[in-house]
Write a protein that binds this ligand. Sequence first.
Ligand SMILES: *[C@@H]1O[C@H](CO)[C@@H](O)[C@H](O)[C@H]1NC(C)=O
Length: 300
Amino acid sequence: MATLLFTFLFVVLAACAIAAPISEEKRGGIGSDLLGTFNLMEQYAGASYCSNNYQSAGDKVTCPSKTCPLVEAANTTSLIEYQIITSTDVTGYVAVDHTNSLVVVAFRGSSSVKNWFTNLDFKLTNTDLCDGCTAHNGFWQSWVDSRDDILGAIKNYKTAYPGYKLVSTGHSLGGAIATLSAAQLRHDGYDVALYTFGAPRIAGTKLSSYITNQPGGNYRVTHWNDPVPNLPPIAMGFVHVSPEYYINKPNLQTVGASDIKTYSGSINLGGNTRWVVTDVGAHLWYFNSIAQCAVNSIIG
Ligand SMILES: *[C@@H]1O[C@H](CO)[C@@H](O)[C@H](O)[C@H]1NC(C)=O
């Protein structure tokens, strides 16, 4: 009897969790300015897979894979580059872009980007961001490992680069860490715009809505039937930061502004979550071959 009641309650609660959040779609795509920004941010995220951008600071951000022409066209210098292999292997760089007036905090995804998520655990841990705000344990630990270096790099950016905008970006695992980075930096008083590509869910309801409601701009980009944004599962207590910018276009195609649909809600079934049959290929194609540097290093 107790088991039956529990099962019944679980089904009712699960149904409420799916039905309750508002899901709305803005038709007609995004503006061309935002598309341009997405292209640039995607290339900054992709550049973090190239080892020349996470091994020695003070040089220009470049991609031997030829997948970041917009970044290479800009006048850039990295302020820090790091790979913290002792603990979580969090890897990335902070760079200043004088052409676009940006300070870019970029996080690399897993170097074995094709299969890292098959080992994803579902453990939530407390963060110090807000009361009761839990996050995925591994993602949070990655941020904690890189936090001091990044805070040190950006500490004086407002006086060093007046008028520059602070942005946080990453693909896949890198997008998860970028989200926690933006959350913490905003919490500490910085203005940060967040751009993620194919990021998994990173937190429970409290922290996700905390981030959704922070000012600065949350741009969570998903693509077609990419499996990663559907992990870890909603049933394990994970939800997304809102809104979602869903690229409604198959792999290997050029993305236009009208191909990107906006959906809101911590759970929405309109964008990437609609897919039942998924494809890792869609995880690797965000405007271009986003992890090409990691793919190259595995092949050769
Ligand atoms: C890049 O920008 C810096 C800072 O404005 C400037 O000092 C430098 O000359 C620029 N480099 C090039 C190659 O334009």
